[in-house]
Design a protein around this ligand. Structure first.
Ligand SMILES: C[S@@+](CC[C@H](N)C(=O)[O-])C[C@H]1O[C@@H](n2cnc3c(N)ncnc32)[C@H](O)[C@@H]1O
Length: 206
């Protein structure tokens, strides 16, 4: 199976320079906070992990280096990730990267990436996630989310975020379709104005 044309107009390389992203948007204290949030729900030690949309590798330290693989479409971000997190494995995501992946993973980790991806492209990725996720594996997702009650935050997120596909909670959950079960673990605020949702998806038993 082949993912659609992921190097085509559907894919937008982020404007923010990878170095500034790593230093300003993803300082270490945010990674520690994220680790605490995720570890309340999941055991991460000793788990094989595919970090989808890994960017500059900001989340790599949550995981065991020998069991980690980060994928991103942006070769500049992957080059910086390799420098910053030696010991971890990173690859540029190409059209057939996931479909030709031999391994299956305990966790597919997706942080702040789905809101850069259209529904149609995400559905193509999802078919490959199904293939590379172990039967009892989990897709763990953290994304910015619109809320009807916080119109000001929605406006700020639309204005400042590079991702053009920030969604409402139901829209994110619906993306996973009938082959996955989804659970919302937490709704929270990041840096006061960002609404975030932490949820996970697992394959339904055949
Ligand atoms: C806001 S950054 C998040 C990076 C990292 N996951 C984090 O939590 O800091 C969004 C990432 O999604 C990647 N991205 C955008 N479109 C993508 C696509 N179609 N497939 C895979 N990754 C994509 C970008 O290159 C970027 O590294």
């Amino acid at each position: 199976m082949i993912i659609g044309n992921i190097t085509g107009s559907d894919v937008k390389i982020m404007h923010l320079n990878p170095f500034f992203y790593e230093k300003l948007v993803r300082p270490k204290f945010l990674t520690s906070a994220l680790k605490k949030t995720v570890e309340k729900e999941f055991i991460l030690d000793n788990k094989s992990v595919l970090d989808f949309g890994c960017g500059t590798g900001s989340n790599a330290k949550l995981f065991d280096p020998t069991k980690y693989l980060g994928f991103d479409v942006d070769s500049g971000r992957i080059a910086l990730a390799k420098k910053l997190y030696p010991g971890y494995k990173f690859k540029v995501l190409k059209t057939d990267s996931l479909s030709s992946e031999k391994k299956q993973f305990d966790i597919i980790f997706i942080s702040a990436t789905i809101h850069h991806i259209s529904d149609s492209l995400f559905k193509k990725y999802l078919k490959d996630f199904k293939k590379v996720l172990k039967p009892k594996g989990r897709i763990i997702i953290i994304e910015p989310v619109f809320c009807k009650e916080t119109r000001f935050n929605n406006w700020i997120m639309t204005l400042f975020d590079d991702g053009k596909y920030i969604r409402y909670e139901k829209q994110y959950l619906d993306l996973f379709g009938k082959d996955f079960s989804v659970v919302v673990h937490k709704r929270f605020k990041k840096c006061i104005v960002y609404n975030e949702i932490f949820f996970s998806a697992s394959k339904k038993e055949p």
